[in-house]
Design a protein around this ligand. Structure first.
Ligand code: FE2
Ligand code: FE2
Length: 371
């Protein structure tokens, strides 16, 4: 597949470039990465450099046979033209013990490689590069991002081991975020989380930020703000138990897949309840963020007054975030289009009074550029 310069520029955060003279291999990689990344593939090194010069991809897969016409070292050329972009060497032979098989690249993979290894290597390097950039941000932004991503990762380890979440830790990790939101100073956080490769984390952090901002707008303070930020960060935690193929499937889910996807709500609740000190509000956010006012939501089909204010706020923020999130198979919807859709087409699903407040909040806080 070849993308024009504009498409390349738009997709840089999810674009992986493959440079390999072997057409079959390029196609295999493109197939393996569908649903995770867009792929731009190039048979010739110099052509790839020309095309990618103005729109750096998030990672480059470079075959060991790829060579520059000038005879220069290809990895060094990439480093010079695209500093900070991770390079993965693909080898047509066994990785030798000792020696520098990566030849200056960040990682190497021996062909044929497993799809899971490929995704793991790319994802690890992309995250490392994005998180390294966070170090250059002012402390309030850096801490908001680094501490929440660490907390999110450690929760995934706890879930794997069946151990309860430690609310005190999640709460502490969200403290810089709550401060930033309370000072209306969070736009940089939303901008800098965009390039991160863990979609679940990106979505959860966006929900945490917007939910606590919503709370701030309606006058909540202190503990209530921490509860909203923590609740946002863990609201979809059960998705960590949903298979990758369902979670990242481009396009429509069939009935069985939909059932699996929807089970993330009871999975979240079951897991969160293991933590005895967790405030009830955090569980309400996880349990009711897919409920709708007209009773057509899930998992319990709650209606009207059965949904308290917290659940109504969580539903609005979750829908808005999902619509404006970037996924590999869809462009993010513009915030104003998402809000219009929510008031026109979801009039009976969501609390329109709260939605009006939410809209005003976005206009005030981010001049119509939330997310
Ligand atoms: Fe959800
Ligand atoms: Fe969500």
């Amino acid at each position: 597949m070849s993308l024009g310069p504009e498409a390349l520029a738009q997709s840089r955060k999810i674009l992986v470039a493959v440079i390999d003279a072997n057409a079959e291999h390029r196609q295999q990689v493109a197939r393996a990465l569908t649903s995770f990344y867009q792929v731009a593939d190039f048979p010739l090194f110099d052509h790839a450099m020309e095309q990618l010069a103005h729109s750096h991809p998030c990672a480059i897969l470079l075959d060991e046979m790829a060579a520059s016409r000038s005879g220069g070292d290809p990895v060094r050329t990439i480093r010079r033209l695209m500093p900070g972009v991770p390079v993965i060497r693909t080898l047509n032979r066994s990785i030798p013990h000792g020696g520098d098989a990566a030849q200056g690249a960040d990682a190497c993979l021996e062909k044929p490689f497993r799809r899971s290894s490929l995704i793991r290597v790319i994802s690890g390097l992309v995250n490392k590069a994005v998180e390294a950039r966070w170090d250059t941000l002012a402390p309030q932004y850096r801490d908001s991002l680094k501490r929440t991503v660490d907390s999110f990762n450690s929760i995934s380890d706890l879930i794997d081991r069946g151990e309860p979440l430690v609310y005190r830790d999640v709460n502490a990790a969200c403290a810089p975020l709550v401060d930033a939101v309370s000072n209306h100073d969070f736009k940089v956080i939303l901008d800098n989380v965009k390039g991160h490769d863990n979609y679940s984390y990106v979505h959860s952090l966006r929900v945490a930020t917007l939910l606590s901002l919503f709370g701030h707008t309606i006058g909540l303070k202190g503990e209530d703000m921490s509860l909203l930020a923590s609740g946002g960060l863990v609201h979809d935690i059960g998705k960590m138990k949903i298979p990758h193929e369902v979670l990242n499937k481009p396009g429509r889910l069939d009935d069985d897949e939909l059932k699996v996807m929807r089970s993330h709500v009871p999975k979240s609740v079951d897991y969160l309840k293991l933590c005895e000190t967790l405030p009830k509000g955090v569980i309400t956010i996880a349990e009711q963020h897919h409920e709708k006012l007209d009773g057509t939501g899930y998992p319990n089909g709650l209606k009207g007054t059965q949904l308290n204010e917290l659940a109504r706020m969580a539903a609005i923020v979750d829908i808005f975030s999902a619509l404006t999130d970037r996924r590999v198979y869809k462009e993010p919807m513009a915030p104003e289009d998402a809000l219009a859709l929510m008031s026109d087409r979801m009039a009976s699903d969501i609390d329109q009074k709260l939605l009006t407040l939410f809209k005003g909040m976005l206009l005030d806080a981010v001049s119509g550029q939330a997310g």
